[in-house]
Design a protein around this ligand. Structure first.
Ligand code: CDP
Length: 226
């Protein structure tokens, strides 16, 4: 008997490990919803910065996560975005990719109340099935019942190089060393936080994208879905 195609697919891993590229392609291939949970943490971070809230003020940031209406929708523009990110109805897709958001998002996402508010929404969407959900804690906390769990890793240097290329491709003028330092710092905060730290689920398939290019990673995971 052949196994059914997994309905709930969780992809976790550190910053710029290729999770979104893989998740997007896989969701297209299977006709599933692609959900990048990182954009929700980014949206709360952007809202806090824009409203002048100190990101170290846990109570206020948590209230923001609990009250803001954050929506993630299929992309409405052909400008390189993977999806639309809306906060209280306003399109903040590119704002969530800003340097200030990168620098502060791990502080915001370490707050238990923020995680509780956002992961409850993620779980509700994930349980509908036919979904590829990407993040740090999908296989461990948000959807531990996922049918397939992938943990995608790569060295910090390789991931920083990818982020550097991405920023350049968007017309920016990044500094490689600065990006590398930030990647290492973000990994450290994400993997040492008390709530839902970044780590592979015990039943996750581990893939190292230093050794595999994007096509090879995709083929491997596609085969796991058969
Ligand atoms: O795109 P990149 O891998 O750099 O980051 P992201 O997936 O957009 O996530 C941004 C940040 O949100 C991460 O560094 C984590 O601090 C946080 N995050 C999280 O804590 N849990 C998730 N499920 C997704 C993201």
């Amino acid at each position: 008997m052949t196994k059914p195609t997994p309905s709930i697919i969780a992809i976790d891993g550190p910053a710029a490990s290729g999770k979104s590229t893989l998740g997007h392609r896989l969701a297209d291939e299977l006709g599933y919803l692609f959900f990048d949970t990182g954009v929700m943490y980014r949206a709360v971070t952007w809202l806090a910065l824009q409203r002048g809230v100190d990101v170290n003020d846990e109570a206020t940031v948590t209230r923001l996560a609990e009250t803001a209406q954050i929506d993630v929708a299929p992309s409405s523009k052909d400008d390189g975005r993977a999806c639309d990110v809306l906060a209280d109805g306003v399109d903040i897709t590119w704002e969530t990719r800003r340097h200030e958001v990168d620098a502060n998002v791990s502080v915001v996402s370490a707050y238990a109340g923020v995680r509780q508010a956002l992961s409850a929404q993620q779980r509700r969407i994930g349980l509908r099935g036919k979904v590829v959900m990407v993040g740090r804690d999908i296989g461990t906390v948000v959807l531990p019942e996922a049918d397939l769990k992938v943990y995608l890793d790569a060295s910090a240097e390789e991931r920083a190089k990818r982020r550097y290329d991405e920023v350049r491709a968007r017309g920016g003028n990044p500094d490689y060393q600065e990006i590398l330092d930030k990647v290492i710092q973000r990994d450290h905060i994400d993997s040492t936080r008390a709530v839902a730290p970044l780590r592979p689920a015990e039943d996750a398939v581990l893939l190292d994208s230093d050794k595999l290019d994007a096509d090879e990673v995709f083929e491997r995971v596609k085969n796991l879905c058969k």
